[in-house]
Design a binder for this molecule. Structure first.
Ligand SMILES: NC(=O)c1ccc[n+]([C@@H]2O[C@H](COP(=O)([O-])OP(=O)(O)OC[C@H]3O[C@@H](n4cnc5c(N)ncnc54)[C@H](OP(=O)(O)O)[C@@H]3O)[C@@H](O)[C@H]2O)c1
Length: 330
């Protein structure tokens, strides 16, 4: 497993990380034992970068990592996030980047993880009532206290990144990016490269669409994120499922798995990209890790672009509600 630079202090991590949202049952049922087996497999595969958040299962993902970390704490570089909150009265999803709220959430995350420090702390979504410069000051204070090693933002625009970076070092930006979500190509991938910021693609395997076995929406549980996702509902899903067949056949011709090829494509989009696929399964994780060994060429990249040209997918990547809080650009 090759490594890439995550933090400006030189901290490197495996170029394929592990997204731990699935530990909270976001994409189907799982158990703590299964998640622990996946974390063990990560170590065996050389994957040392974990991504989680306070809201994943309302702390369940962090707690699952925390119960595994005993004795393994120094083996992983851990990123977590805060900034998405719920109105205590209405339960409505909202955004809170105020210093007291972030401090309280960071303390709770550290407690669940059993750590006194996380390597990277992201603002999950921006709070429309606060300037990003003020949020940077809060994060810089956490860093000065030694509670966080680096600063990140999720789903922000290149313009916001520039504003944040004018206050202090921003280490990473995390946004959705994959063969069917290419918005970041319109400025974010480039701005991160220019400012020496790691770009961390989330949902890099298209929430399972690039798996050898295409997901079957009729089998999704009601709690499955994809149940209402426009790309997984008809008529979009049938189109998308048909379209990925060519890509999957090409992966088979190359003697690899489509998940492996989709992540190898991601890695080839820039040396500063560190994708974080999510899975509940050790076997699936091995297919993800294999991307680090895949020998990518310009000819293969061109063939992929022809098979899945930018903009090919039918359906939006989010529902109207889920778009709330994402900074659009271009
Ligand atoms: N910042 C944000 O707002 C944000 C939003 C979403 C996600 N994230 C982060 O990004 C991480 C990854 O994103 P994600 O989990 O949403 O989407 P993803 O990684 O694109 O896809 C996850 C789905 O892919 C399937 N999968 C993974 N490897 C597979 C393989 N080898 N073969 C077949 N299926 C496979 C998983 O099923 P199995 O479990 O069955 O393998 C799961 O259904 C999350 O865990 C989270 O840490 C961040």
């Amino acid at each position: 497993m090759k490594q890439r630079q995550l933090l400006k202090d030189g901290t490197k991590v495996s170029e394929i990380g592990l997204g731990c949202l699935s530990f909270a049952g976001f994409y189907g049922p799982t158990s703590e034992a299964t998640s622990h087996a996946t974390l063990s497999a990560a170590l065996d595969l050389g994957i040392d970068f974990l991504d989680t958040a306070n809201v994943y299962g309302m702390g369940k993902s962090e707690a699952t990592i925390g119960s595994f970390l005993k004795g393994n704490a120094d083996k992983f570089t851990i990123a977590t996030k805060a900034g998405i909150g719920r109105d205590p009265n209405t339960g409505e999803r909202g955004f809170n980047n105020k210093p007291d709220y972030l401090r309280g959430e960071l303390e709770k995350s550290l407690k669940r993880l059993g750590l006194d420090h996380v390597s990277l702390y992201y603002i999950h979504r921006r709070d429309p009532d606060l300037e990003i410069e003020a949020v940077m000051e809060t994060l810089l204070a956490f860093k000065a206290e030694g509670k966080i090693g680096g600063i990140g933002f999720s789903e922000i625009s290149p313009a916001s990144l520039r504003r944040a970076a004018s206050v202090g070092p921003v280490d990473a930006v995390q946004s959705e990016y994959s063969l069917w979500t290419r918005t970041a190509d319109l400025g974010m991938v480039q701005t991160c490269a220019e400012l020496d910021v790691a770009f961390v693609p989330f949902s890099p395997v298209g929430r399972g669409i690039f798996g050898t076995k295409t997901p079957d929406p009729s089998q999704f549980e009601d709690t499955d994120f994809r149940k209402a996702n426009p790309r997984f509902v008809e008529p979009n899903f049938s189109y998308n499922a048909e379209k990925v067949k060519g890509f999957k056949a090409y992966a088979a011709d190359l003697g690899t798995k489509p998940i492996t090829l989709s992540l190898a494509w991601c890695l080839a989009r820039g040396d500063h990209l560190i994708p974080i696929p999510g899975t509940r399964s050790a076997d699936h994780l091995a297919e993800c890790a294999a991307a680090s060994d895949f020998q990518m060429t310009d000819a293969i990249m061109a063939e992929i672009e022809q098979t899945l040209p930018v903009g090919w997918a039918h359906g939006d990547r989010y529902t109207r509600t889920q778009w709330h809080g994402v900074e659009n650009f271009c």
